[in-house]
Write a protein that binds this ligand. Structure first.
Ligand code: GDP
Length: 328
């Protein structure tokens, strides 16, 4: 299949072409990279846009249950839903594979849903690019909503927040002490906190937890991209499918407001700029750390610096020269 054919099929909503294209953007091979770049350039003018919803939470909080129920609700509304995952491999060993279809059986059989498990790539920078490009492919393919799932560990949440239009945190019902363990930085990037498992015996705890989060969110500095009442804490039951349509309504309210106020487009523009700069940074860094002449030179010069044969800045200048860069 040529790149032009692949692009045409993606635009026509062909799922197999979409899956193949995502495999292409995941590949580390130089020729695949060139093809992926060409494909994305070909699709760029189509101008299709989906709503990108990030979802994070610790293993066991109910992410797959939520994505399945929420996804089914959206497809029942006539929307096409894609599910992608950002999975830092360090977190992989213990838990299940994110975006694994067996975790979302009903949704994976839905013809209006597309689920893509996370690739086994170790480097978060590479995962970020792959996910960003997979999002673009899903949008070109006509998906209305793109759910991007990650586990609540470290950097992956920031990556997902920088790819999403909306970022949701899924939390478990918890006591007050556990609440304080939630990192402030994570709270600051959340648009909605959804306290899951608000059913059965856990319901009263979930309601209290929701109130606690709502209180904590009110203490944060107001962000220009939020209308009155946001960020918001809500309780839901992914299992009993309660509160999901309300959550969706709130997401739409927030999105519509941001669109009207220009925040939506502005945010996407900032994200594009961020990823461009990040890619330059990562590519430069990769030159220093991947085996090759530059890395060898780093090692050799590092030894000279350590033994006082040269100064750190003189050695640094030399590396920059090797990279073909003039220093300021
Ligand atoms: P993930 O690791 O975050 O994807 O979590 P799962 O979706 O696999 O759910 C972990 C466990 O929590 C499973 O046993 C689910 O059945 C259960 N669970 C998920 N959502 C709910 C819910 O809304 N209520 C209750 N009571 N249990 C839930």
């Amino acid at each position: 299949m040529t790149i032009t054919e692949m692009a045409e099929r993606i635009l026509a909503g062909d799922r197999r072409a979409l899956a193949r294209a995502i495999t292409l953007v995941e590949s580390g091979r130089a020729d695949h990279r060139a093809q992926a770049t060409e494909l994305l350039e070909t699709l760029r003018p189509c101008g299709r846009q989906g709503l990108r919803i990030g979802l994070s939470g610790t293993p066991g909080v109910g992410k797959s249950t939520f994505i399945e129920s929420f996804g089914m609700m959206l497809t029942a509304l006539g929307l096409r839903v894609a599910v992608l995952a950002v999975d830092p491999s360090s977190a992989r060993s213990g838990g299940s594979i994110l975006g694994d279809k067996t975790r979302m059986e009903r949704l994976s059989r839905d013809k209006n849903a597309f689920i893509r498990p996370s690739p086994s790539q170790s480097h978060l920078g590479g995962v970020a690019r792959r996910t960003r490009e997979a999002v673009a492919l899903c949008e070109a393919s006509g998906f209305d909503v793109i759910l991007i799932e990650t586990v609540g560990v470290g950097q992956s949440e920031t990556v997902v927040a920088e790819i999403s239009d909306l970022f949701n945190l899924l939390m478990a019902p918890a006591g007050g002490d556990e609440l304080q363990g939630v990192k402030r930085g994570i709270m600051e990037i959340a648009d909605m906190i959804l306290v899951n498992k608000a059913d059965g015996e856990l319901k009263p705890v979930a309601t209290r937890t929701q109130a606690d989060y709502a209180g904590a969110l009110r203490l944060l500095r107001k962000r220009p991209q939020d209308p009155e009442g946001f960020p918001k804490a809500m309780s839901v039951s992914a299992l009993e499918e309660n509160g999901l349509s309300t959550a969706w309504e709130e997401m739409q309210t927030l999105t519509n407001w941001r669109r009207e106020q220009g925040h939506f487009d502005r945010r996407r523009a900032e994200q594009a700029r961020y990823w461009f700069e990040e890619e330059v940074r990562q590519t430069l860094l990769a030159q220093l750390t991947t085996p090759g002449p530059v890395k060898d030179r780093m090692q050799a010069l590092g030894g000279q610096v350590a033994t006082g044969q040269t100064t750190p800045s003189a050695a640094a200048q030399e590396i920059l020269k090797t990279l073909g860069m003039e220093s300021g």
